[in-house]
Design a protein around this ligand. Structure first.
Ligand code: CP
Length: 308
């Protein structure tokens, strides 16, 4: 059986095209499993996984937990807000204490970029990055590409625009890496202040005119403004941001072709996307969430097969 070329999933940056196709093929199998009446397989009865979240999450946390349970793994959940981290315990001490309870794999979300990479060098367990600050969110990018593949048949050759707060977005960076590996054409679009300097070095082009970007693309991935990562104002007002970079039904209907609308969530309705677009038949936002479970089952299963 094929194996991933990595022992941890720390970022898309560390994967190659073969790894991504293996994850997708494995996810195809698990997607079929989770649509059966009995949605569970016994594959990981001998594996224990700790989900440790130092930042808020709805989709990623629940999706990982469900993926682990569908694979029959034992699961423990740790939320920093209710833990001894509040009493001054370090990240490594916290994780080593959890691992001493015979845990094999750690899924971690953390506000600091590189937290998963740091942990992987100091503890003896497979680490999955569930989002590290403004750095990477690899399973989100995998489920996004998987959803494009499902909707449009392939990712290669497709024109994908990522719109919004590119500067603070781990989803944007992981998506750029994943889409480029698969041969998609990628543009980023947003206010100049929210586009990282030298982003073109990643093989993407920059467009500050949303209408031009939407007319070019097959897929628009709309991102929210990450206010929690901003200590200054990057644009005058939310109203002006929405006027220039928000998508609405009138704009969508004015395009020459039917584009696919994506959003990693959480959505700020009426800011980057209106409800009539988010809930339209062109939107695959809830398909992305559904596919997240199959993708995370695939990643966990493939990493566990390296541990075993
Ligand atoms: N897309 C995403 O990461 O959502 P959560 O923050 O709710 O996990």
């Amino acid at each position: 059986m094929s194996e991933l070329g990595v022992k941890h999933l720390l970022g898309i940056k560390y994967l190659n095209e073969k790894d991504i196709q293996l994850i997708f093929k494995t996810a195809d199998h698990f997607k079929e499993v989770i649509n059966r009446s009995i949605k569970k397989v016994p594959s990981l009865r001998d594996i224990t996984i700790a989900n440790i979240f130092f930042e808020n999450s709805t989709r990623t946390k629940l999706s990982f937990e469900l993926a682990e349970k569908r694979l029959s793994a034992d699961v423990i959940n740790f939320s920093a807000a209710q833990s001894s981290v509040k009493k001054g315990e370090t990240l490594i001490d916290t994780v080593n204490n959890i691992l001493s309870m015979k845990v094999d794999m750690v899924v971690m979300r953390h506000p600091n970029p590189g937290a998963g990479i740091f942990l992987s060098k100091h503890v003896d367990a497979a680490i999955i990055n569930a989002g590290d600050g403004a750095h990477e969110h690899p399973t989100q990018a995998l489920l996004d590409s998987y959803s494009i593949r499902e909707k449009l048949g392939d990712v290669a050759g497709k024109n994908v625009v990522i719109v919004g707060d590119i500067l603070h977005s781990r989803v944007a960076l992981s998506n750029i890496f994943a889409l480029k590996l698969q041969g998609a054409n990628v543009k980023v679009c947003g206010p100049k202040t929210l586009i990282p300097k030298h982003v073109e070095s990643l093989g993407v082009t920059v467009e500050t005119d949303l209408i031009k970007a939407l007319n070019w693309c097959d897929v628009a991935n709309m991102l929210r403004i990450q206010n929690e990562r901003m200590d200054i104002s990057y644009f005058p007002t939310t109203r002006e941001y929405t006027q220039q970079f928000g998508i609405n039904k009138k704009l969508l209907d004015s395009l020459d072709k039917e584009i696919v609308i994506m959003h990693p969530g959480p959505i700020n309705r009426g800011v980057e996307i209106t409800s009539d677009v988010a809930d339209s038949k062109q939107s695959i936002i809830l398909n992305q969430v559904e596919n997240g479970v199959a993708i995370r089952m695939a990643v966990i299963y493939l990493l566990a097969s390296i541990i075993k």
